[in-house]
Design a protein around this ligand. Sequence first.
Ligand code: NAD
Length: 349
Amino acid sequence: MTQSNMRLVPWDRLQASTVALFRAAGSEAREARLIAEHLVEANLRGHDSHGVGVVPMYINGLVAGGLVLNQSLNVAVDTGAMLICDAGQGAGQVMAHDAMELGIARARDTGSAIVSLRNSHHIGRIGHWAEQCASAGLVSIHFVNVVAGAIVAPFGGTRARLGTNPFAAAFPRKDAPPVVVDFATSKLASGKVRVAHNKGVEIPPGALLDNMGQPTTDPGKLFETPPGSLMTFGEHKGWGMMLACELLGAALVGAPTQHQAAGNGAVINSMFSVIVSPDRLGTGGPFGEELEAVLGWVSSEDTVKLPGEPELETRQQRIIDGIPIDAATLEQLDAAARQVGLEKGFGIV
Ligand code: NAD
């Protein structure tokens, strides 16, 4: 795809169009705002796979009954140390936000909290939830399962069995942005393969098998019938972590697992989060000092970046330049906007 097929769209325009689309779809104002802010933030940080390009998938999920708008989070279990929250397939950007707020309050109160979010519609970029905890001065880790039709083959296999089950962790710093570790346990997030397919570019080797189990760099092989399958990152190590996400994120707490996929076009996430307050535990000062010492030690070479830094660099640039959106994605957004009754489409031409 040539550069002429890309539009650079100011982030606030993209956000306004996304709010308008979800308002038209039936979201209350807070829900439309939280969804739009989250998706545009993913674009700003360079994760276009989890930016506004997912909106058509959300609208398809809504039509098929997989996404329930204006849902309220329900605390199903509260043992003190652990909360299990039911999301009832509500919009993930609201359900995860509200679950994290509950966990933050609990961790501030008791020093730590485990929060399980069950059966939410897609919760997007997982680092966002780790950053929410970090903004409150809390350390957190998040194991997430995805139920949306199997797409990743176990290490050693050729048949897709699980989703791209992401992991995230964040460590707040006193005078600097947090360290944010945030990735899918597949070599590539499926949205990145979609973006490559829309752009008409190849993906790196070692990430995808075709439907015959043969390695390929053609992103289209993931969308054929029958589809190909993504490969895990880090060979057997990524495979183990992907499985841990399935078991912690879902099986442990009675949330849907991939083999129970409903197949109604919805992307369902469940998230197991551990949130710790170093201040409440009385270790905040020494932890902050040791964190800086470790970060200084590991990044003593100019070529080393800390997790989270590439996203912040991209964010700075995109705030100034705008967010690149390809023509195919804009067409899909237009169609989604018309589907929810916006006659003029998404409003970015
Ligand atoms: P990725 O491969 O781009 O890895 C991102 C991580 O690596 C970040 O922590 C980033 O800061 C770090 N990183 C990148 N380059 C670096 C460098 N040179 N030095 C140091 N650190 C570096 O991420 P991905 O696997 O493509 O995932 C993309 C997004 O998709 C994530 O935000 C993830 O949460 C999201 N995701 C969501 C779902 C879902 O179902 N909701 C599923 C899968 C992935």
